[in-house]
Design a protein around this ligand. Structure first.
Ligand code: SF4
Ligand code: SF4
Length: 364
């Protein structure tokens, strides 16, 4: 076992554990209930058999290696007119870092242990990675629904390697969680009540989802987003276990561009500028319009009146979902200049949804 841990460390993987390839039947039943209750997360594979039966991914699988790399770096810092990024998006996109490291581990196992077939999975492939991490003993499940991998807290990226040879399994027992019955800080701190009870989350009201969803963010959720431009770390940030988590040794995950981003320039950022600036981070996949929309919502939340001229320009943007968000933000400013801009736009606007937002903003 130690030989695998040592090799993983050599190639930049911080923690490793191994489990069997039996199907995750209990987890499948839970996922079916979650799906029926309408609480299944977006952006996740909905073929539950594919997610929970490793043989569907690799018929010859005999063992699953569960790994983690740590990404805790500096403390977040926010100042006037900036929007906060979730910690995982501060540095280089972890997919492009973890995937090749797992591939290197797999190639080493081909050479040294006779592995013939393997599958590398990092987030985008369907296996139920949290359940694999738990069954292998890599980590424990917190009340905030995050996996904690000692000594790195929940600031970890997970990945898996499925192989066709039997390996010594680390454990069949989950690690003991550090959550005391009385703690519950994560549940109390959730701004949207998405984490509505220990271990229970409504992904549709989670800020992490709201800042990544397409289209217009529901009105009742906009204020709750606060200054979060992309993602949300609150339920991890408040956790006492995470306060003691070891920082990452990987410089790639340290902030490339600060932990918060000036919002006004984002309103007019072009696709090209966006990809130059954010293309190598984990927030690039959704495109520039979503970040522009989020910037407008935050400027409204902050009542950042310096942004009014830039918001006025953004009212001409071709994307209706951005114009609608900008109209809302101008309505939150409560100034004569913001109202003038809304009045002018009202005469020219042809999209019914944007017009409704303008009218609502003017009715304040
Ligand atoms: S904040 Fe408390 S209850 Fe929540 S995950 Fe951390 S230790 Fe557990
Ligand atoms: S990420 Fe934020 S919004 Fe989502 S459950 Fe945690 S605290 Fe709540």
């Amino acid at each position: 076992m130690q030989i695998f841990v040592n090799r993983a460390k050599e190639i930049g993987i911080d923690a490793l554990a191994i489990t069997d390839a039996k199907p995750f039947n209990k987890e499948k039943a839970v996922l079916e209930q979650v799906l029926q209750a309408g609480l299944y997360p977006q952006f996740v594979e909905t073929d539950l058999a594919l997610r929970t039966d490793p043989k569907r991914l690799l018929p010859s699988v005999q063992s699953i290696i569960s790994v983690a790399i740590a990404y805790k770096s500096v403390d977040p810092h926010i100042s006037q007119g900036k929007g906060l990024l979730s910690r995982y998006a501060w540095g280089h996109d972890y997919h492009s870092l973890l995937y090749p490291r797992l591939e290197t581990l797999a190639q080493w196992m081909v050479k040294e242990f006779g592995v013939k077939e393997y599958v590398v999975a990092v987030d985008t492939k369907p296996p139920i990675e949290r359940a694999i991490a738990l069954r292998s003993g890599l980590g424990w499940l917190g009340q905030n629904c995050a996996i904690f991998v000692p000594p790195y807290g929940s600031w970890v990226f997970l990945g898996e390697l499925l192989v066709d040879i039997p390996l010594p399994f680390t454990t069949q027992q989950p690690l003991k969680p550090n959550c005391s019955e009385k703690c519950g800080r994560c549940v109390r701190a959730c701004p949207t009540n998405a984490l509505f009870a220990p271990y229970q989350i409504n992904p549709h009201s989670c800020i992490s989802y709201l800042t990544q969803m397409k289209g217009i963010i529901p009105r009742e959720m906009r204020a709750k987003i606060g200054a979060k431009l992309w993602g949300c770390d609150t339920c991890q940030q408040v956790c006492p276990t995470n306060q003691k988590a070891l920082p990452s040794q990987h410089q790639e995950f340290y902030p490339l561009d600060g932990t918060a981003i000036p919002l006004i320039p984002l309103l007019s950022i072009s696709k090209k500028e966006f990809h130059q600036r954010f293309g190598h981070t984990a927030l690039a996949w959704r495109g520039h319009g979503i970040l522009q929309r989020n910037a407008a919502i935050i400027l409204g939340n902050l009542r950042y009146t310096e942004a009014i001229p830039a918001l006025g320009d953004a009212l001409q943007d071709p994307k209706p979902f951005l114009r609608a968000s900008v109209a809302w933000a101008l309505g939150e400013m409560h100034t004569a200049s913001a109202r003038n801009l809304l009045h002018n736009a009202q005469h020219k606007e042809t999209n019914a949804i944007v017009l409704e937002e303008i009218e609502l903003a003017l009715s304040h």
